[in-house]
Design a protein around this ligand. Structure first.
Ligand code: AMP
Ligand code: ZN
Length: 670
């Protein structure tokens, strides 16, 4: 059908189609005012896809067809932010807002100033960068200094334009989130697939953004609201409101905002939204108050953590009544029995709450909580929901008092509650509940970070007797996995790969992963400072351990107790056999590139990207993806990209492959 169009005509046609689609995307997703039907929109897309299929050389990264995802990434690259992304100071009531205001008055005495109040969207912060009018980079906040490159996933966000008419370099900050309705849709689907639902929209959004499979990210309809300009290549704006209206003109979806002339007006706006928040189709956990004038912002400056010109106002914890249907006992990794109230579901602070922790036996007694009671439940932001008190007036006499069981609900072994402790524990070290939780802990992110092994797989592995403890993970074969439910060839391979990779985890993470009671990530780091290997730790006596400042008698006893246990010693020897790192890396090599930042461009002959990245990171350095004034070295391979010019411009030291080899050799030898 297109045969008689020449290439130029096709090119023109493609551009027209793209512009038309962009316009409709904007009307539909940003303005929420579609001008054509879904079918008509799909038809335009199909036409464009057809043409691009016939002329693949005409596909560009800003084409609307590039939003659908499909690429599967190995990992997210690190991105160094151009400026640190700060957090916000919190205020929790009107007086704290007034204090914030007085601090500003003191800093800019005698000046007039205005505020802008915005929604504090409960999502995750992201940076977007445009060059030449094209969306080039999306990154998470990370630790504020270094984030992750999530460009491919952000490309799927329909409210984010892939192309804008402003050609200057532009960097913005906003919040990625999921609407309440999309969150519900995803959870419903997860339940149908027998996957565990997300606790709240923010977790769901975070999980979606960190999907390596861009197709999955694209199916979750993420949105982004823009709320700050980080930099613009040439324009100097005077106020935040000016920025907002400019960005709106560029077709960005900008955050709701309202000007306030003084702090009392701010307070009124905050009060008002506390009730109205329910009407929004996305979660807000408060409001953000910002100084409008950008020059005043500059002069107010910031502390290491947060700007002085802005503050978050957090809504108070929400409380609602519900009824306790039952009290269940769960058994944790250390055998602790935790009572949990099963509630009639209520919506609280953006999540549907159907369980609340009761902590322990004493708490239940103190609050006199009975099964069947109507209770007041509280939840604030991230925290686990809690039962605050019983509404005694609601009792009708049918309520039942709760007794802590004498036996573990999972394995039936006797439980004990040591004198002076609040916690009741299962005494069986082989208790399946503990076993499951210990394995979950072992694979968790801060521990061995074994991707792809979650609760569902662990349950299957235990049920099928493929593993009994975490050391067994290292002896799994692909053949063991492929026949399990929802596994298949590819995911089995991925799991095996992730297990393999975890053998290289740092020693302190391995110690943390072991699941020794009271040994958190901090204590694990401390131990590694004083001991070089697992053998040294195993030999240490409690008296010796308490000599270390950060290690008290409780931790010390727990450590020696752990290694006295024969099963645990056996675990260690199997981990050793598997090749898991059980000692510190050679000190002299460890940190010779400490805090040195590298950027690589072009292809190297003797290394792949991930190899050089490994070398640099093992030596304490960092490999980042873009050149900035903080970069120490640019390593240039064949066919370098624009990073080369940028590095020249900034006067950054440039190395070729040989130079890089020399650097790691000479420095490493010292
Ligand atoms: P917190 O995490 O409580 O320190 O609050 C800071 C976070 O609030 C930032 O990192 C942003 O992700 C988020 N945030 C949400 N909405 C806004 C907004 N309108 N302005 C600035 N930050 C916001
Ligand atoms: Zn048990």
């Amino acid at each position: 059908m297109m045969v008689n169009l020449n290439k130029e005509e096709v090119e023109k046609k493609i551009e027209e189609l793209r512009d038309e689609i962009r316009e409709h995307e904007y009307k539909y997703f940003v303005l929420d005012e579609p001008k054509i039907s879904d079918a008509e929109f799909d038809e335009l897309m199909r036409e464009l896809l057809d043409l691009e299929e016939q002329f693949p050389e005409l596909i560009t990264e800003d084409s609307p067809t590039q939003r659908v995802g499909g690429e599967v990434l190995d990992e997210f690259e690190k991105v160094e932010h151009s400026t640190d992304l700060l957090s916000l100071d919190n205020t929790f009531n009107n007086n704290e807002l007034r204090d914030f205001d007085s601090r500003i008055q003191k800093k800019i005495p005698g000046e007039n100033y205005e505020y802008v109040v915005e929604h504090k969207i409960d999502g995750l912060s992201a940076v977007v960068r445009y060059e030449d009018g094209v969306f080039k980079l999306g990154a998470t906040r990370g630790n504020g200094e270094i984030g992750e490159n999530i460009t491919e996933n952000m490309r799927t966000i329909r409210t984010l334009p892939l192309k804008i008419r402003d050609k200057s370099p532009l960097e913005l900050r906003g919040e990625i989130y999921l609407s309440k309705s999309e969150f519900e849709r995803i959870n419903k689907q997860r339940l149908e697939n027998e996957e565990s639902p997300f606790a709240n929209p923010r977790n769901a959004a975070a999980g979606s953004v960190r999907q390596l499979d861009t197709k999955i990210a694209s199916e979750r309809k993420l949105s982004i609201l823009i709320y700050d300009l980080i930099s613009h290549g040439e324009k100097n704006f005077k106020t935040h409101l000016e920025v907002f209206s400019y960005l709106k003109d560029l077709n960005f979806k900008v955050n709701w905002h309202k000007k306030a002339d003084n702090i009392e007006e701010v307070i009124k706006i905050c009060d008002n939204w506390e009730e109205k928040r329910e009407e929004l189709d996305f979660e807000i956990d408060g409001l953000v108050v910002k100084i409008n004038d950008l020059d005043q912002r500059e002069r107010l400056g910031s502390t290491a953590r947060s700007p002085r010109w802005a503050a978050a106002y957090k809504f108070p914890a929400q409380k609602k009544t519900s009824k306790i249907k039952d009290i269940e006992i769960s058994v944790g990794r250390t055998g602790a029995l935790t009572p949990t109230a099963v509630l009639e579901p209520v919506e609280l602070a953006g999540s549907v709450v159907s369980r609340a922790t009761l902590h322990n036996e004493d708490e239940i007694k103190r609050k006199d909580i009975r099964i069947g009671d109507t209770v007041l439940v509280q939840k604030a932001g991230d925290v686990i929901p809690e039962v605050i008190k019983v509404i005694e007036d609601e009792r009708d006499g049918t309520e039942e008092e709760f007794e802590m069981p004498q036996h573990c609900p999972v394995c039936g072994s006797r439980v004990i509650r040591p004198e002076g402790e609040a916690v009741t524990r299962c005494t069986n070290i082989r208790c399946p509940a503990q076993r499951r939780e210990r394995i979950l802990h072992f694979v968790s992110r801060d521990a061995m970070n074994i991707d792809g092994i979650g609760p569902a797989l662990i349950d299957q592995l235990l049920e099928n007797k493929l593993i009994e403890d975490y050391a067994d993970l290292y002896f799994l074969k692909k053949d063991h996995l492929v026949d399990l439910e929802r596994m298949g060839e590819k995911s089995s391979q991925n799991v095996i790969g992730a297990v393999e990779k975890s053998k290289e985890r740092e020693f302190f993470r391995v110690i943390y992963a072991l699941g020794i009671r009271h040994v958190g990530i901090g204590a694990a780091r401390t131990l590694v400072k004083y001991y070089n290997s697992i053998e040294e730790i195993m030999e240490a006596e409690a008296e010796e351990l308490v000599e270390i400042d950060e290690i008290g008698p409780v931790i010390a006893d727990s450590i020696t107790g752990f290694f006295d246990e024969i099963h645990n010693r056996d675990l260690i020897s199997r981990l050793r056999q598997a090749g898991v790192r059980l000692k510190k890396e050679r000190k002299e090599n460890v940190e010779f590139l400490k805090d040195t930042k590298f950027v690589f461009t072009g292809s190297l002959n003797d290394f792949t990207r991930s190899e050089v990245k490994d070398i640099v990171e093992k030596a304490g350095g960092r490999a980042v993806s873009s050149v900035s004034s903080k970069t120490d070295y640019l390593v240039v391979g064949d066919n370098p990209g624009s990073k080369y010019d940028k590095a020249m411009e900034l006067g950054i030291e440039i190395l070729d492959e040989e130079g890089f080899k020399n650097l790691i050799k000479t420095k490493g030898d010292k």
